[in-house]
Design a protein around this ligand. Sequence first.
Ligand code: ATP
Length: 299
Amino acid sequence: MRAPAKINVYLGVGKPRPDGFHPLETVYQAVSLYDDVTVTSADEWSVTTVVDVPHVDGSSVPDDETNIAIRAGKALAAHHRLDDRAAAIEVRKSIPVAGGMAGGSADAAATLVALDRLWNLDTSDDELLALAAGLGSDVPFALVGGTATGTGRGEVVTRVEDNGAWWWVVVFDDEGLSTPSVYGAYDLLEGGGHDYRIRPQMLEAMRTPHRGVEIMVHLYNDLEDAAFSLRPELQTVAEVALECGAVYSLMSGSGPTILALADGADDARAIAGRLAERGYERTTVVHGPVAGAHVVAYS
Ligand code: ATP
């Protein structure tokens, strides 16, 4: 399976709900940075993380049953009352860990679909989406892919028509940033309830063929100030990206990954080159939107 990373081209965050979750209105986009997940039937559950790209540090990824890929596999087995089933899962990681690009969620979505196929379970899309929502807020979107809105805590996903060809330079950070710490900082900084809803004009603008550039006025992330308060150097990265020619810079999800919007593929590569000259060498060029978790090989 290939499972794409996500970015949030819009992320509005409300005040915490009684259950502690923050209500969100987000526009997700799946981009061409993937984890590859392979499953094999086995007597016991196991997960192996393989990293062969310099921008990923896999050392904090658990190799026990707390890994979200195993949690996904067990949830699917339990749903079908097949608790005796198990699988060996291999995750080849290119999505940064704790980078705000939902790598764990991608692995979970890929595992759900992979085991559904391997075990011929024929789980309906609605059931897969419900299982995904039980695993984490970003997992349903990792199944759906493309461009979609996310509401609730992000798990209520609706496809939107996006006729954009977006090119981004992804600027990785050396260290991850924990999602709960960013939300904690957000609660301290954001006192009053503001209007965090997606503007209908943004969704309208995405229907007309575009390159992101034309609609950059709508790009927004409510968590930026919170993440920048914890890690001021991230704001510098966002500013340097603009100096290097990005038409807009935006933090991905809860950070620390910074996204530089480019006016096409050539422009993206040129920006990446200039960023490297300024000392930011850990970058990659991606495009979006791409498909959600999908099978690439079966044997
Ligand atoms: P989000 O944007 O959804 O908050 P993220 O990209 O910031 O996600 P992830 O890389 O998905 O963060 O995972 C965060 C933490 O979850 C990791 O630090 C790790 O300890 C734990 N984890 C569990 N399973 C996985 C997995 N398969 N891949 C990565 N991290 C995992």
